[in-house]
Design a binder for this molecule. Sequence first.
Ligand code: BES
Ligand code: MN
Length: 451
Amino acid sequence: MTDFESFKKQALQELLEWLRVPSISTLPEHKGDMERAAAYVRSALERAGMARTELIHRAEHPMVYGEWLGAPGKPTLLLYGHYDVQPPDPLDEWVSPPFEPQIRNDNIYARGATDDKGQTWILVKAVEWLMQRDGRLPVNVRFLIEGEEECGGEAVARYLSEKPAQLAADAAVICDSEMFAPGLPSICTGLRGIVYGELHVEGARQDLHSGVYGGAAPNPLMAIAEILTALKDRDGHILIPGFYDRVVEPAPAEMEAWARLPFNEKEYLEKEIGAKELTGEPGLTVFERTWARPTLEVHGIRGGFTGEGAKTVIPARAVAKISMRLVPEQQPEEAVQQLRAAVESATPRGVKAEFRLLHGAPASLVDPENPFVKQAAAAMEEVFGRKTVFIRSGGSIPIVGLFDEHLRIPSVLMGFGLPDDNLHAPNEKFHVPNFYSGIEAVTRYLERLGA
Ligand code: BES
Ligand code: MN
């Protein structure tokens, strides 16, 4: 039998292999890579000693399932991760290519390194280590590793509502979030929800000469600009009627805990953001603005002439990709209705505007007093030698709300990413020591729950 140190090194090598597969769920041309990435993790689950594994096809990309239920009377954990990744563009900003993982300064650079192949690998390898060492596990486990998290796919939602019994568990464990600071063990207790879609705007029947018709013809790109500025003001306040009606403020105790977090706004601005100044609603802290307040963002605008040089044209149509992040109690369906109404009243003369929904998920909260959460905090404390902090994140993990709704179980969000890991951006990285500590922490967690 190998010792733990060589086991972890071997685990790292296997992770690098997995990271070579460009499993980009949102791009149809990567369908085959999605199948390969799923097959890779399935065989890893088999090698880890799962008694049964399965590829579940429900929508576009398969889900990978694995179970070992040989510890009667002990808790059952649902270990969740996702093998799909975000598109890697802009490619020329990567120091090494996104799907040719490279280790520099103790960091793995690759798309998916932290989000979420690296962190999913922590769960797989912690289980494999215990199995290899003891021939059994201290608790029962079911793995669910999906391939549509990054594109808001329906596969998991459909499966959970059809067959909740197949995934029956006492708690879910998810490694797909961040530590608040290097070396500071962190559990995420709140995520924002999301509504993502496209704003389609149509003007003239076809593109027009902007000199000949400018002044008389409607311009869909201008219309998009007008609509967007009517949706959100310069202070970051969303102008959609009724949008804030359900927003719940965090409890004073939670905000006091946030105020005690080691945070330097100037450093955050310079190191993480790299802009001239922060924006957003005045009078609120960065934590409130990013964790507890809804937002509206535009991700891309398509239309007209965007190549080098000059072309004088009034485009016939344009599209903006936009999303709203939601906080607890806001309902995605209601937010979409409110958005559509606001778009309608902001649409200028001469164009037709339509919001097409791509996906949505509500926000979620986890009770820090839940015994499964407390044990996780204690396990992380043992490994990192510091008290675990409870934080929220502005990101979304749609499965958390679904586990709550269909399985009635809490999700324990043990995160091992770092704030500067460049998720969804060029040069995504994962700190190798965090990968190793993650395996140790999850191992300790399972041992504690089985004791
Ligand atoms: N892991 C992230 C979310 C996250 C990031 C949680 C940092 C906590 C800290 C997740 O994979 C993600 O990016 N989700 C998407 C959701 C979506 C496309 C439905 C997101 O938030 O944009
Ligand atoms: Mn992500």
